[in-house]
Design a protein around this ligand. Structure first.
Ligand code: ADP
Length: 593
């Protein structure tokens, strides 16, 4: 049976059983409803309803249970009313209290039926054992037995519904519920019985027994609330700890004196300072560095939000945005400050690169425009210009315009490539005569730099496998750099040859050289070693990035060797073809367009 079906079945059986018990008891022994019995029944109904409303929530593992003083009143109902009437008063009191508490109808019906069965069992047991007079020990025993029957019946109906709902075996549920049920039944019955005895003998003293019960009840309720409060606080604390531990931003909690009391794992990661080193130290000592204007800054408890450059213990430098969330007491005294740190190094670098890029590109585009406009105006003004001078001016215009075209092409190419992602680029695989490519590049370089000495050294003719146009772009870029970054009176060498199965093209200069720790950096987009403010040489920092991507797309490699002050050499190696036209190291059909 599915749990819901079983549950519905149990509810129906218990509700019908409860109704049958009430009607059956009435039919079997109809009580004499004289005025004093009715008055007593009404008084007990009021007391029982009030007792049902006095409740404590008792936490039990994941769930909580509502414990009322109802059972205390049941003992009085059973002892003081006729057998058929006590279940009716008990059920009416419980139903009233559940309606006041706005409990769902099904729950109310089930609990009422439970009570009908349990009180019926108690009354039957009490009267069956001849407990008419509870002031005798036999009567007292009968009442105890009756309350035990009440507890047992209740335990059974509660356990059956728990078992069908949770799918646990009834025996297991009974075992786990029995201790609490016994304790409640015993305690409540005892108080109820003492209260009944007093009612019969000295009614004024009933208050004397109920007052401590209520006091205890209230005290216990307070304790439960406190416990719930503590559990809630612990829960909140655990949640906050998770947030602090898993936040990507560094978080520090600082007391009113500026001493760090909490240093989150992200804070350790960002600053490189461990929590046990940071906690107990001043925040100003831990977070200090340089402001964007170059002045020294340090974080102050409750201070202004700030941007600062810090140096970590390992020497690396980071830019941090530091925010403060200060908490003050009503008198305005600073109690806490939550300092949140965000690593903005990458953002600043991107920002810097953007500015640099714009400055460089505008400069690069403007530089060739000046001579283009100058020569064009000159040509416009002078119709009578000698043919040779006219030609020179036009050559210069074309040269500058081509330079601009190259720059725009480089920008377009670079914007379609990601760092280290050569796969986005398509390169043909065709036999390429490296010397021929060098010849073409040289011709164009000699036009741009007619004075410059460029020495070509062809050790042996070599056919590479690659893309002619791309290789031209590579050679032109390397040659352009060699010329740009070396003095005008030094030669530039271009060497063509082969090494085993590789075609080799080297461009060597005697220029300023490149520091070895910058070898990797200069192949990245927009990286220049020039001082952006001085702009001694032109360039957008794209040449080597594009060279590297193109060489990789042709399955080649590029190597750099350089000494600062002596010169640099860039060597490109590509797969070579052997004399029969086959790609070295593979079969003769390896070439594809
Ligand atoms: P660009 O030349 O447009 O600045 P590149 O990507 O071609 O861009 O080169 C990046 C940087 O590498 C250059 O700005 C320069 O500082 C350095 N560099 C490139 N080639 C040489 C070289 N032959 N000698 C010295 N420095 C070089």
């Amino acid at each position: 049976m599915r749990p819901e079906t079983a549950q519905r079945f149990v509810i129906r059986v218990v509700v019908l059983g409860g109704a049958a018990a009430l009607i059956g008891a009435w039919a079997a022994a109809p009580p004499q409803l004289d005025a004093s019995t009715i008055r007593r029944a009404l008084v007990l109904l009021a007391i029982s309803t009030a007792a049902e409303l006095v409740s404590i929530r008792l936490a039990r593992g994941e769930t909580s249970e509502q414990i009322t003083l109802g059972e205390v009143a049941i003992a009085a109902d059973v002892a003081l009313l006729p057998a058929a009437l006590s279940p009716i008063v008990a059920v009416a009191a419980l139903t009233l209290s559940l309606i006041i508490r706005r409990r769902p109808l099904v729950k109310t019906a089930y609990n009422a039926a439970q009570y009908a069965l349990a009180t019926m069992a108690a009354a039957t047991c009490f009267h069956g054992l001849g407990g008419g007079d509870i002031e005798t020990s036999a009567g007292l025993f009968a009442l105890f037995a009756g309350m035990a029957a009440f507890g047992a019946s209740n335990l059974l109906t509660i356990s059956v519904i728990i078992s069908t709902t949770t799918g646990r075996a009834l025996r297991d549920v009974l075992r786990s519920e029995i201790a609490l049920s016994l304790a409640i039944a015993l305690g409540s019955s005892s108080i109820g019985i003492v209260a009944v005895a007093l009612w019969l003998d000295r009614p004024v003293l009933v208050g004397a027994i109920l007052a401590p019960v209520l006091t205890l009840h209230v005290a216990y309720r307070g304790w439960i609330r406190q416990r719930e409060f503590v559990v809630e606080i612990e829960d909140q604390k655990a949640k906050l700890e998770r947030i602090v531990d898993h936040s990507s931003e560094g978080i520090a909690l600082v007391d009113g004196e500026g001493t760090v009391v909490l240093w989150s794992p992200s804070m350790q990661r960002i600053t490189g300072v461990a929590a046990d080193e940071a906690e107990g130290k001043s925040i100003g000592f831990l977070l200090r560095g340089r402001a964007p204007d170059g002045s020294n800054v340090q974080s102050e408890v409750g201070g202004e939000d700030a941007l600062m450059e810090i140096t970590r213990p390992d020497g690396s430098v980071l830019w941090l945005r530091v925010r403060h969330g200060a908490a003050r007491d009503p008198a305005g005294t600073l109690r806490w400050d939550v300092v949140v740190v965000h690593d903005v190094t990458a953002e600043r670098e991107t920002e810097r690169m953007k500015k640099h890029f714009l400055a460089t590109v505008s400069h690069e585009l403007r530089t060739p425009l000046t001579p283009i406009i100058g020569f064009a105006k000159f040509l416009l003004r002078r119709d009578d210009m000698p043919q040779a001078a006219r030609r020179d001016a036009l050559v210069a215009v074309v040269d500058r315009a081509e330079h601009m075209q190259r720059l725009v092409e480089d920008l377009l190419l670079a914007s379609s490539m990601d760092d280290g992602d050569a796969l986005t680029l398509h390169a043909r695989r065709e036999p390429v005569d490296v010397s021929q490519v060098v010849d073409q590049v040289l011709r164009s370089a000699r036009t741009s730099y007619p004075e410059r000495r460029i020495v070509v050294e062809e050790r042996e003719p070599v056919l590479a496998v690659g893309d002619r146009l791309r290789l031209r772009q590579v050679a032109a870029n390397l040659l352009d750099n060699a010329i740009k970054y070396s003095p005008a009176d030094t030669p530039v060498h271009v060497v063509v040859g082969r090494e085993g199965d590789r075609a080799v093209l080297s461009v060597v200069d005697e220029g300023r050289g490149i520091p070895s720790d910058k070898f990797e950096e200069i192949f990245r987009k927009f990286r220049r070693l020039e001082d952006p403010d001085r702009m001694e040489t032109g360039g957008a920092g794209l040449g080597l990035f594009i060279v590297d991507q193109l060489v990789r797309a042709m399955a080649g490699t590029i190597e750099i060797s350089s000494r600062v002050g002596s010169g640099s050499s860039f060597t490109v190696r590509l797969p070579a073809l052997d004399a029969q036209g086959a790609e070295e190291g593979t079969g003769p059909t390896a070439l594809a367009g």
